[in-house]
Design a protein around this ligand. Structure first.
Ligand SMILES: [Zn+2]
Length: 445
C-alpha cells in the first residue's frame, strides 16, 4: 500500500522561477507530479491521497546544508571572537571530549531541530568525535530520524595526535568503523540516511588516512569530504610539509577527486581552481563561517564559471553562528559581490540553486528540486510576512529579504516534520531541557 500525499500552495519557487498556485503529488516520499492543482488532483494516483493545504503560503524545495558539525551547536557563543587556535584549545578541545553518546544526541536534536525550523531538510554532518567507535555517530543519526530530518553522516577519518583522543583512530579502525556504520544505516531506497567518509583535512589526517577515506568512498560508491585551505596557514603548512599547495598534494595521493567534496577552499589559487574543474571535484561553500572566522574569500564566481558544482553549508554552530541555508544564500551573494566590488557578480537565483539542487547533486542525494523523481522535501513560507513583499519578486526575496519568521511548515520525504513553526515529532521543551542539562555549567572561554 503506497503512501500518497498532495501538497498545495498559493505560490511556489520551482527550478528558480516563481509560479502561481502549485500542487505536488508524492508517492512513498518521492515527487511523482508537479503542476496546477486542478491537474494534479485529477491524476488517477491522487485518489485517496492525504492532503496538506498550504493556503496563504509559498512552497520551496527544502534546503540542503552541505557542511555542518552538529555537536558544535552546544558550543555556540562559548568561544566567539577568539583567534582560531585559541577557540580550538579553549572551547572545542576543552568541552567537546566531555560529550558522550547521550550528549551527542542532545547536540543533534538541538542543531537539526533548529535547522528544520529554518527550512533545512537535508544536513551533511561532518562527524569527527567518533571515540574509536560508532556509538556517537549512531546517536546523531538516530536524532535525525526522530526529528524526521534527512542526514548524510560524513564519518570522519582523523589521526593527528595533537587532537583529543576522542577524535583519533588508526587507519584500520577508521576503515572498519566506517564500513560497519555504512552497512548499518545507508538507505538506498528513501535516502533518509546516507553514510560517506570524510578524511578531516591535511592537518587532521595523514596522507595514508586521506587515501583510506577516499578508498572507502570508492568501495561504497559515495562522495568523500575533506576540509582544505580554509585559512592561509593551511596553505603554508602544506607547502612546508609536502612541498605542494593543498589540492596539488591531495590530488597526488591515491584518491578520486571526481568524488571529492572540498570544504572551504578559501585560499585555492588559480591552478587549484582549474584542477578542481579538470578532475570534477565539488565545493561545499560556507560563506558566513568564512566571514565569522575571518578565514578569507573563496572565488566561487570563478569556480562556477569553470563548471565546478558549488553547494552551501552553515558549518558548525560556533563558527557562524546560524543554521540557515536560506541565510547562507544571502551571505554567499553579498560576500561574492563585495569581494569583486561588482553587484552583478552572482545572482539570487544562482545562490538559491547552490542551497538546493546543487546541494543534492554534490551530496549525491536526489533532493533539492520540486520535480518528479526527487524526494518530497518541501518548505512553506507565510505570504503574509512582510519580508516577502512584494510577492511578485518572490524568487529574489527568498534569498535577499526573507525573515526566518516566515517559515511555517516543513515536509521531509512526504512526512510533516514542522507544523505552524513548531517541530512536529519531538517536543521542543525536551530539547531545551537537554541542552541546559549538558551546557548549563559551561563557561565562556
Ligand atoms: Zn567544517
Amino acid at each position: 500500500m503506497s503512501e500518497v500525499l498532495i501538497v498545495t500552495a498559493d505560490r511556489a519557487v520551482v527550478d528558480g522561477a516563481a509560479r502561481d498556485a502549485t500542487a505536488v503529488l508524492a508517492v512513498d516520499g518521492a515527487i511523482a507530479r508537479v503542476g496546477d492543482p486542478a491537474e494534479v488532483l485529477a491524476d488517477p494516483r491522487a485518489a485517496g491521497a492525504r492532503r496538506v493545504d498550504w493556503a496563504g503560503r509559498a512552497m520551496l524545495p527544502g534546503t540542503v546544508n552541505a557542511h555542518n558539525h552538529s555537536f558544535q551547536s552546544l558550543l555556540r557563543g562559548i568561544g566567539d571572537d577568539l583567534p582560531f587556535l585559541e577557540w580550538r584549545d579553549r572551547a572545542l578541545y576543552r568541552y567537546s571530549p566531555r560529550l558522550d553518546a547521550d550528549g551527542m544526541a542532545t547536540a543533534a536534536l538541538f542543531a537539526f531541530g533548529e535547522m528544520l525550523l529554518h527550512g533545512v531538510t537535508t544536513v551533511c554532518d561532518f562527524y569527527y568525535l567518533n571515540a574509536q567507535g560508532n556509538d556517537h555517530a549512531s546517536a546523531t543519526i538516530e536524532a535525525a530520524r526522530r526529528l524526521g530530518m534527512r542526514i548524510v553522516l560524513a564519518r570522519c577519518f582523523y589521526d593527528w595526535d595533537g587532537a583529543p583522543a576522542a577524535y583519533r583512530e588508526t587507519v584500520p579502525q577508521a576503515v572498519t568503523n566506517f564500513e560497519a556504520l555504512h552497512r548499518r544505516y545507508h538507505d538506498r531506497e528513501r535516502f533518509l540516511v546516507t553514510v560517506q567518509p570524510a578524511p578531516h583535512s591535511q592537518h587532521g589526517a595523514s596522507p595514508a588516512m586521506i587515501e583510506a577515506g577516499a578508498g572507502c568512498a570508492r568501495d561504497a560508491g559515495v562522495p568523500w569530504h575533506i576540509h582544505l585551505a580554509e585559512e592561509r596557514w593551511q596553505v603554508e603548512q602544506s607547502l612546508a610539509r609536502f612541498g605542494q599547495r593543498p589540492l596539488h598534494h591531495v590530488a597526488g595521493l591515491g584518491v578520486d577527486l571526481a568524488r571529492a567534496v572540498i570544504v572551504h577552499a578559501c585560499w585555492f589559487d588559480e591552478g587549484e581552481r582549474a584542477l578542481m574543474a579538470e578532475r570534477g571535484a565539488a565545493l561545499a561553500y560556507c560563506p558566513a563561517s568564512n566571514m565569522f572566522l575571518g578565514d578569507g574569500v573563496t572565488d566561487v564566481v570563478d569556480l562556477r564559471r569553470r563548471g565546478v558544482p558549488v553547494a552551501l553549508g552553515t558549518d558548525g554552530g560556533c563558527s557562524n553562528s546560524r543554521v540557515s541555508v536560506l541565510d547562507e544564500m544571502r551571505s554567499a551573494a553579498l560576500l561574492q559581490k563585495v569581494a569583486r566590488t561588482d553587484g552583478q557578480a552572482i545572482t539570487a537565483e544562482e545562490c538559491f540553486a547552490m542551497g538546493t539542487e546543487l546541494g543534492g547533486r554534490v551530496l549525491d542525494v536526489p533532493v533539492g528540486r520540486v520535480a518528479p523523481g526527487f524526494r518530497a522535501d518541501l518548505v512553506a513560507l507565510d505570504l503574509g510576512d512582510p519580508s516577502l513583499w512584494p510577492v511578485q519578486a518572490l524568487a529574489k526575496n527568498v534569498v535577499y529579504s526573507l525573515s526566518a519568521r516566515a517559515i511555517t511548515d516543513v515536509v521531509v520525504d512526504g512526512a510533516v516534520v514542522v507544523q505552524d513553526r513548531r517541530l512536529f515529532r519531538v517536543d521542543q521543551q525536551e530539547i531545551a531541557t537537554r541542552v541546559r542539562a549538558v551546557t548549563g555549567h559551561w563557561s565562556r572561554a
